[in-house]
Design a protein around this ligand. Structure first.
Ligand SMILES: NC(=O)c1ccc[n+]([C@@H]2O[C@H](COP(=O)([O-])OP(=O)(O)OC[C@H]3O[C@@H](n4cnc5c(N)ncnc54)[C@H](OP(=O)(O)O)[C@@H]3O)[C@@H](O)[C@H]2O)c1
Length: 292
């Protein structure tokens, strides 16, 4: 069978996508792209070919993409000139004869005026590039990761409460592993070209809901501490986050409060054929361990 290449093979989503693909296809059909292949030795040991490549090196990508039919393009890291990297990857894919690209933009309603710095505009740029490329493509739109919740609320919420900028927004978080499984299904089955999936997880939660779950985990009242944007940034900085990271987290919180990620679940469950992991299961595992 023609090969499937997944970029970001040394990262969370790329590695998990390849691990799910391995359950569906022979390792000889799979290729991972890594800046440093030594960091993907576990995947190589499972029989997956690891090719070296960097989004900033267009010609290197053309070589790495040789003989590949489908490409999972793991989105580039924020604040690292994402447009150049994504543009190189799509152009190299065309040049190498790749037929189908799967890309993971953050969920963003076309009607929404909300902008998440260095994310939403750059994802739109990818969509335009994909449209213009003439290649088949699939958009697997991601909500905020469940695993990002500790980054948003910062510090030790069981001791200090769940701090957030005031607002009642809810987000339908999904786990990286469920998203990766959905990627593997889209990549390994036919019939997904031209589709646009919105991969919300289970029921959407507010930060007040998260404080209730934390209270349940700890057996004591964990307050929901709603403040101004600056109170929130100060809280994260006091918890040890550098200011630019705290302001990036604020952008996500503003998106959640604007209702940017409060949409209806469905596509993720339909693709993976079971209920996605609920956020409270993640919170119990993540924070429950610190109670032991
Ligand atoms: N939905 C959300 O809540 C959310 C949250 C955070 C991030 N994201 C997005 O999701 C993406 C994947 O998440 P993740 O958790 O898998 O991130 P991750 O663990 O940081 O993995 C990022 C991967 O991209 C690779 N990479 C970075 N720069 C590259 C370059 N110039 N050329 C080629 N590969 C490069 C990294 O390689 P190295 O190992 O060499 O660094 C790594 O394999 C992120 O990059 C970001 O765009 C989404």
């Amino acid at each position: 069978m023609a090969k499937i290449l997944v970029t970001g093979a040394t990262g969370n989503i790329g590695r998990a996508t390849l691990q799910h693909l391995l359950k569906r296809l022979p390792a000889s059909d799979l290729v991972g792209l890594a800046r440093d292949p030594a960091k993907a030795n576990d995947l190589a040991a499972a029989g997956i070919q690891i090719r070296q490549g960097d989004y900033f090196d267009h010609d290197g990508l053309v070589r790495a993409f040789e003989g590949v039919e489908k490409l999972m393009l793991v989105s580039a890291t924020a604040f690292t000139d994402r447009n150049t990297q994504h543009n190189n990857a799509i152009s190299a894919a065309r040049q190498a004869g790749i037929k189908h690209i799967v890309y993971m933009p953050i969920i963003h309603d076309v009607e929404s005026a909300f902008i998440l710095p260095d994310i939403t505009e750059q994802d739109l740029f990818v969509e335009e590039q994909l449209k213009a490329s003439g290649l088949a493509y699939t958009l697997v739109r991601h909500p905020p990761f469940i695993e990002s919740i500790p980054f948003y609320i910062g510090g030790n919420p069981l001791e200090t409460g769940v701090h957030a900028p005031a607002g009642a927004g809810k987000a339908g978080y999904a786990s990286r592993d469920d998203l990766a499984e959905a990627h593997a299904i889209v990549l390994s089955e036919e019939g997904h070209a031209g589709k646009n999936y919105t991969l919300y997880g289970d029921a959407a939660l507010s930060f007040a809901d998260i404080a209730k779950i934390m209270s349940d985990i700890s057996g004591k009242t964990v307050p929901y501490v709603a403040g101004t944007d600056e109170d929130y940034v100060d809280h994260l900085i006091a918890a040890g986050l550098p200011e630019p990271a705290a302001r990036f987290a604020l952008g996500w919180m503003q998106g959640i409060n604007a209702g940017e990620w409060g949409g209806k679940a469905g596509d993720l469950e339909r693709l993976i054929g079971r209920k996605p992991m609920p956020a409270d299961e993640f919170l119990r595992t993540h924070y429950g361990a610190s109670q032991a």
